[in-house]
Write a protein that binds this ligand. Structure first.
Ligand SMILES: Cc1cc2nc3c(=O)[nH]c(=O)nc-3n(C[C@H](O)[C@H](O)[C@H](O)COP(=O)(O)OP(=O)(O)OC[C@H]3O[C@@H](n4cnc5c(N)ncnc54)[C@H](O)[C@@H]3O)c2cc1C
Length: 312
């Protein structure tokens, strides 16, 4: 990495969106630098992936290896660092990093992803991946005929319930609000589901999570009714925390348009509100946070940036 150099494209991130953007950038023979805090992204916290087209039943770690090898084949320059701030300076984009580097580029793709919003209760860290998950789309099928809890009362939680209706034996929905705030259409979908007759569904609204319980694996959760402070234990084999994602958009928070959810707003060409600055994957307002979508969006952002450079 050369601090005096002006790169054609700097890709910030190390997940599927960043790998895909870097690959597409190098295939256009652009001088490309990929800056990642931790290469692999959310895949590092996943187990088996079975919804990436053409590669079934793959361990998440092996998929990361495949992404990395593919990008390395094209000689993408990489920097292991965190970008703290992106600014526009004399027509170029300037990036300040945690290790005190100042990087400059004609175009930048922000692919910094998101982190799952956590409950922050005892047992959460310990049982993540041992019965506690943040993604029904990803891990739901592992809980066939099991008793599960879905935490949250918003759209993500209700989409999670809909995912689990044909799979689980019993679903417990816990939310701190007195009633769910998911879109009525999702709530009706759950109430009227044909699967409701085959399983037990119980809502604990106005309840907060006190602790995740287990031995080697999750065995249940302790909840407390907000109004009465009465505590109870609910036995389940799986827990899905579906209380939303926090986009990693702070680095461009002062520069580009960000929506109420904290996501970088992009148009269908992956452009942000700032010339030369593109974004892709879970950090953006593009709906559905999935690996294949992030990878596709990464490719689109890099091609958009390439076209922008040609027109400059
Ligand atoms: C437990 C779990 C299971 C999942 N299972 C599946 C599944 O089965 N199928 C599926 O399709 N999806 C699954 N997902 C969702 C999927 O992982 C994400 O949609 C996808 O990884 C998003 O890719 P991304 O590149 O946008 O961001 P991320 O994967 O979040 O990567 C972001 C990258 O940016 C880096 N970064 C962040 N901030 C900075 C910064 N300031 N400077 C430098 N680098 C930075 C991070 O270190 C990371 O490398 C799962 C997610 C989780 C958490």
């Amino acid at each position: 990495m050369n601090q005096n150099k002006v790169y054609d494209m700097i890709v910030v991130g190390g997940g599927p969106a960043a790998h895909s953007a870097s690959l597409y950038s190098r295939r256009k023979e652009l001088d490309t630098l990929m800056v990642a805090k931790e290469e692999g992204g959310q895949l590092l916290y996943s187990s088996e992936i079975d919804n990436y087209l053409g590669i079934s039943d793959v361990e998440a770690f092996d998929l990361v290896k495949k992404f990395r090898n593919h990008v390395d084949k094209y000689g993408v320059e990489k920097l292991d660092d965190e970008v703290l701030k992106v600014e526009k300076n004399e027509g170029l984009l300037e990036l300040a990093t945690e290790k005190n580097a100042t990087l400059r580029a004609r175009t930048v793709v922000i692919a910094t992803g998101a982190k799952w919003r956590k409950l922050d209760v005892p047992g959460e860290e310990e049982f993540t991946g041992k019965g506690l998950s943040y993604c029904t789309t990803c891990d739901g099928p592992l809980y066939a005929n099991a008793d599960v809890a879905i935490i949250g009362g918003g759209n993500s939680a209700f989409e999670g319930i809909i995912d689990m209706l044909p799979i689980a034996n019993r679903i417990v929905n816990v939310d701190i609000a007195p009633e769910p705030i998911a879109d009525p259409v999702l709530q009706r979908h759950v109430e009227n589901s044909e699967h409701m007759g085959d399983l037990e569904f119980k809502g604990y609204y106005g309840h907060e999570i006190v602790e995740i319980l287990g031995d080697d694996m999750v065995t249940g959760l302790k909840i407390r009714e907000v109004e009465t402070e009465e505590e109870k234990t609910v036995d389940v084999e799986g827990i899905f925390v579906e209380i939303g994602l926090i986009p990693n958009s702070q680095l461009v928070g002062d520069l580009v348009e960000i929506n109420d959810a904290g996501e970088v707003v992009v148009n269908c060409e992956s452009k942000t509100s700032v010339d030369g600055l593109f974004a892709a994957g879970d950090v953006t307002n593009v709906p559905e946070k999935q690996i294949i979508i992030a990878a596709g969006e990464g490719a689109k952002a890099a091609l958009g940036a390439y076209r922008y450079l040609i027109h400059q």
